[in-house]
Design a protein around this ligand. Sequence first.
Ligand SMILES: [Zn+2]
Length: 201
Amino acid sequence: MHQLKILPSSIPSNVAVRERHILALSPCCPVSKNPRPGSFIVISYPNKGYVLDVTPLYVYIHQFVGGLYDDSGELVVRDMEGMVARIAQDCATALGVPVRVIAQLVIAPKQEMCVREEYRECRKVNCRFCCRVDGSRIRGHGPYFKAWHMQNGKKITFYLGLNLQAGLARRMHTANHPVSEICSTLGISRSTFYRYLREKR
Ligand SMILES: [Zn+2]
């Protein structure tokens, strides 16, 4: 597995700036081939003295194509939800600061949505999620998950639950997409689809 690498920032850590990386996303799901071309991810975090090294970051993101396998060859990430969550977690761990990841996902056919995963800092002294004993910062609380899509220029936020795939399946069902189309779009079986419908509500 390719790991993320960090570099000392050229900007002093007492200067409040947010670093931002924008990268194209390739299909990660081997079955549905989602997300489709045109999808991208924005990784942002406060500058606390370190930044992600861009070349290893590119290699790291690229390894999700067709699913992410661990060193023993086991498939560990096979869907978009897993990919976005894993990227947020790995970046937060590598940098030691709260990271926000926003993925703009194009999902066939003609579905577009945005997924955000983020870590947050609280203001409590000695919080074990936010700082170490020596006072240095760590990644904070999270991840917090949110999704939305744009409709007639308006941002519509919707609750998808923790399972993005299930949330999408229910949304497409509500929007009267045929079951066969939902299953092929998301790369799920009919029984999985009906299980998703039963689980919520
Ligand atoms: Zn905290």
